[in-house]
Design a protein around this ligand. Structure first.
Ligand code: KG4
Ligand code: ZN
Length: 338
């Protein structure tokens, strides 16, 4: 049973996790609160915060797993995509460990890892995992994709966003409403008290399995501007209903495309993944759609939806078993496809 240490540092979370086979022994995440003051992630501050956090976070992950560096069979790190200065911190740290302990080094694609979070076994072994092939709607702050997964390391992107990602649509809408960054979880929270039918926002007409969210953002901007001219307290007086209506539209854009992809491919095992899959409105509507259409649906546990290193460790495990190791010359990349 291989034991893998995973390290994630692609954006504003420094994370480390240990997996043994497909069981997660520890999953430690240090979030960088410093960005809140700026309304978005400041890349240079992110790199510096990763440098400060990486040693204690890895240390905590080893302690919580009751293991030591000498017991690790391979060191996996996020190699792409992400902020390059942030990626470099995790990459160089993993390289140093692989060199010092003379163990394999494994480069992981962050979006592939979000998908494979669905294959993590729960400690009780109760919750099932999807069988291949399956479709995964991966929705995060930087990406929105429908991925056809033929095996753990054989994935094909069937469609993706042409402009903003779903997480950006949440965060930018929140910003228009005067909510702090990251606004996605706040829209989720307010939406629970609101009426999703109250305000109607447009659904874009985009061919195939691709998405677009920039028109929605503009529609919300003009809507809020016009209503605030009539009533300066419009946003505060109607916040829950606006949030519920925005969320309902983002969710319907996502799920209508997922439904199309499922019907065109004939695949009925369907997963969601990525930070936005933490959204309660999406989780509920996805489960309901699955019941209606006879899908087998899967959503990773909450802590494996937003950025984490458990998903890096599990992807590292599959790559370790497939012999997909890197030498120390490997460099991370801000972009990069799988
Ligand atoms: O996957 P993730 O943690 O990081 C990236 O790889 O981007 O996703 C972060 C995104 C942010 O846009 C955040 O606002 C959104 O996920 N998010 C949510 C929720 N939790 C996180 N959006 C809506 N509802 C949530 N509950
Ligand atoms: Zn992510």
């Amino acid at each position: 049973m291989p034991t893998i240490l995973g390290i994630e540092s692609s954006c504003d979370e420094t994370a480390a996790a240990v997996c043994q086979d497909r069981l997660i022994l520890s999953n430690i995440i240090a979030s960088q609160d410093i960005h809140k003051a700026y309304g978005g992630v400041v890349t240079e501050l992110a790199s510096r915060a990763h440098l400060q956090a990486i040693v204690p976070v890895v240390d905590q992950a080893l302690q919580a797993a009751n293991t030591g560096l000498g017991d690790i069979d391979a060191f996996a790190f996020t190699a792409a995509p992400g902020l390059i200065g942030a990626l470099l911190v995790g990459a160089e740290f993993a390289k140093s460990l692989a060199l010092a302990y003379d163990k394999p080094l494994i480069a992981v694609h962050h979006m592939q890892a979000h998908v494979l979070a669905n294959l993590i076994l729960s400690p009780a072994g109760a919750a099932g995992v999807p069988s291949f092939p399956f479709l995964c709607l991966t929705v995060s702050g930087g990406h929105t994709q429908i991925v056809l997964c033929k095996s753990p390391l054989d994935m094909e992107v069937l469609g993706q966003t042409l402009d903003d990602a779903a997480g950006e649509a949440f965060d930018k809408s929140a910003k228009i409403l005067g909510l702090p960054y990251p606004g996605g979880p706040l829209i989720d929270r307010y939406a629970q008290e609101g009426q999703p039918e109250r305000f109607k926002f447009p659904e874009p007409k985009i061919d195939g399995f691709n998405f677009s969210f920039s028109g929605l953002k503009t529609a919300i901007l003009y809507f809020v501007r016009d209503e605030t001219l009539k009533n300066p307290h419009f946003v505060t007086e109607n916040l829950a209903d606006i949030c519920a209506s925005v969320q309902a539209r983002i969710v319907s854009i996502l799920l209508n495309k997922l439904k199309l992809a499922a019907s065109k491919t004939g695949i009925k095992t369907i997963c969601i993944a990525g930070g936005v899959s933490a959204n309660k409105g999406l989780r509920t509507a996805f489960a309901r759609m699955g019941l209606e259409l006879g899908w087998k649906t899967f959503i990773p546990p909450f802590e494996y939806c937003t950025d984490n290193a458990a998903m890096i460790a599990i992807t590292g495990l599959y790559k370790f078993q497939a012999g997909q190791w890197e030498d120390l010359a490997v460099v991370p990349s801000a972009r990069g496809i799988f």
